[in-house]
Design a protein. Sequence first.
Lengths: 875, 156
Amino acid sequence: MPDQSNHPALRPGKDEVKFFINGREVVGKKGETIITVAAREGVYVPHYCWHPALSVAGNCRLCLVEIHTPNPKDPTAKPLPAPKPVIGCQTPISPGMHVYTESALTKDCQNGMMEFLLANHPLDCPVCDRGGECMLQRYSMDYGHGHARMVDKKRKFLKPSADPLIDIERNRCIMCTRCVRFNDEVAGDHVMGVFDRGEGNYIGTFGQGPISNIFSGNVIDICPVGCLTSKPFRFKARVWELLQTQSTSIWDASGAKVTHWTRNGKLYRTTPPSRKYHGTYTVNEDTEEFIDNVTRFGSDFSFHEDRWDESRVRVGSTLLPGAYSEALKQAAVGLAKAKLNHGPDALAVVVSPRATMEEGFLAGKFARNVIGTENVDWRLNVSAPDAVHTAITHADGDLEGGFDAVVLINGDFVHTTPTFASRVKEHARIFGRPIIQIGHYHDPYFAQHSKLRFHCAPGETAGALASLAKAVKGDAQAGNLLAKTFNVNAERIEALVAVMKAEHGRALILQNLQDMGGNYLADEVPAAIALKQSLGAAWRYLPVITDRNAFGLPLVGAEPTNKGEGFAAGKLVEQIESGRIRAVLAIGADPLANYPDQPRMLRALDSLEFFVVSDLFASEVTKRAHVFIAAASHLEKSGTYCDVEGNLARINDADPPRGGSRADWETIAGIATLIGSDKFAYKATEEVFREMIKTLAPDFQGSFKGLLLPGPRNDFSIADPGGARNRTPQYNPGDYRVDGAHFRSAGNEVEFAAKTPRAPRSVPAGQYLLAWGRHVQGADYHLDRASIANLLQIPPYVEVNPVDAEKLGAEHLDGGVLTVGEQSYAVEIRVKAGPAPGVIYMPLLAGRVLARYADAPIVSLEVVDSPATTEAAAH
Amino acid sequence: MAILKNRHDEIEKLCAKYPSRRSALLPVLWMVQEQEGWVSQDAMKEVAEIIGCTAAEVYEVVSFYTMYNQKPVGRHHIQFCHTLACAICGSHEAVGHIREKYGFDEGASISRDGKFSLVEVECIGACTEAPAMLVGETLYGNLTPERLDEVLNARN
Ligand code: SF4
Ligand code: SF4
Ligand code: FES
Ligand code: FES
């Protein structure tokens, strides 16, 4: 739960409640429950159904505690024992109350509840995947009996589960309903339920269907027992035999932390960070670190058989495997020759949006100091690079301390930055904060909490933002116009404006840089920043984007500083075709991944005079390289990432690089040294980090507690980055935060005036405007090679507004054929209130299905019922 | 929208009675059951869409109450009480009698000719007349084998 304790509206002293836990006086806030205050005071109350991220259910009764309350007739007399023990997770604290968590009565309750919970529980521990991190095992040791008195036959359930990722073993379920509440409240999809009643109670999904949301994997950790377990990890290893490496997600720009569990060079599972908690390592117990399914299940791509773990050099028409050092030498010679023949500006360095900050920093340093060009860029997948740059350099928002209201502009937030979106929603839910959605796509994930919705036609959004800014400034006419245009209640707009203007109000404007229809961003980004600027200091602006290190790479100079005419990775083809770029060094970047016209890109790459690729896999791109350098995967190297909120996090190497591969930072430094620079003599990423931070924030004095070296050496000092490594995590939640500072690119503080918005496009009857966005579950050349890629990637689908669905005669999950110009695509139709009427939304599946267009294309959609016809139309 | 296609106005009237649409769940399910005799999975999906919740939530409710039939029923649906008072007064024997005499296969809930369906339910509030049963919506108490035959034969 976001900490609101420093919210200006909460004055200290007000609402304080003094009471006693085990005789010790403690202070809590009015409305808090016994268990929360006890946890804060270091007193452990055992619990199953209570979880800090979820609503209180109060059904496991394990948290029963004895309480005594002051005698109402004579407050000075001895407190009176309550007639019955109470549940700590739901009972609010009251002044003068005495709570006993260790008394004989409390112990008796715990013991009794454990016996009930175990009455029907199978003796499965030796074959149960939860063994070793199971709360039922632990509590049995701590609070249980040691022997069973149950003589009757145990209840048995059938085991069907249609979910491809999660196994259900109902006999082990203790009916805490955490999984049901998690899906309902956090994942926003009440897909699981408690069915039947009494002794027949069981957990499941409707019609044994899958748990189909991007957060579903979290039920594995949130289930306190072994009822919900991971199918890919099933029976593969016992958790205590695995080595834990703390790291961060390379997919989700929200900056989710993870633990990779490995043994003998094999990755067994990825989970939210493991913590030492009451004696055992557990995952997601009393913490709220959820991760999306791509992060959880997608990390094993580096073991794919396509992996090239030896460097290669082109001899004639073949790439011959060879030593890393030889490949580096050839790369250095080739790049130096290209520079000599065509000048430095004929060279370009393209880095992956998933490169670490160290790699981005070295790429920038290499381009500028060694080659002498500004041609370095990470924005391969971005179709509006200037708008994205403006947005990122003006970001100043975060969720620390919460918000009073949030404006969401145009986008599928939950599939852009899943965990960040879940935290925004959690805050809105717990504190009842309003969400306002503006744009031609509204995220259905936030539907329940959206108090105001302005469903614009594409192109109208910038204008709506400008009117809103005017309304906040007191222009009543603008407010009325908004109300009329979007058919919303004028009073609700007024109420919202009041929140926005409130003196202590804190609010966020979140903008999705998902390319919702191409170059609309060019208008919408300035309009959003202008809205923020008109609202005063308490408002914050925060754009989100799927590219993991989109916020870190501009910060360290992996972007050209000359705007306009400068190099842009998104326009690589044009620049090669015009002869401007003749040699390319691609660092983990796949120019093909998001490019619509694949043959054209391949022709362009073929025409390059010199092409060096550092990557993991054999692919159409790497096969065209003159020099291929085998790169280490994210499991085999270390480095830093910056998330959308400006927090840094580290990936750490769980294993040494496979075969002859090397981390990209070594490769860049190696080539630079061979070309003749003496400024690239690094021995470890920590050294690069130190130099990078000095360049980035020369005056930075904070500590990097826990960031660089997980283990006993928690305090990283810039002066001494070395030190022993111990992979066993020894830190507490929160240690990963970089104290004191968010890292933000400095925006040149321009006053933005919203431009006159374009008029909405007119669309012929029966046709629609297509909006699209990139999606973490979209195809990606790394995710393609995860062992269960087919389960993680989404099928091609379109979302259609219910109004349009009715006109089309389409029902949810019907098959359809989408026609864009000459091309037809088979799609699944999902009826959702997300897109505005007249708009069809489709996630961009990495160029495979849909191209990037300069403007929202006009498309038509036809409903095809039978999936067979749909298959056929795909080709 | 197949099952409740023509009952839009009735449903809207029902929903208007409650502060939130979800509260109309039970009566809308009744409408389905009155019309179809039972609540199918398709019906649950449809009700979910009408009410604005998920199919899992509808199924939670349907599976909680024995009064909603999750399987098709016979022309006459018998709900026989098997709670304490009725059990003491011979509900088990009576159920056995029905199963045997009216053509129920082992484990089946519908008779072979589809005329009768039978479920055992918890107390139906007629303990003073135990053993008791409901046929459709009509209550019959003080059931002896003779009286049972009399009631059921009248409908055979
Ligand atoms: S859920 Fe826990 S207690 Fe039950 S079998 Fe699995 S490990 Fe053992
Ligand atoms: S499956 Fe797990 S989380 Fe869900 S109710 Fe059962 S024990 Fe609780
Ligand atoms: S934790 Fe309090 S009842 Fe379950
Ligand atoms: S016990 Fe049968 S009606 Fe009450």
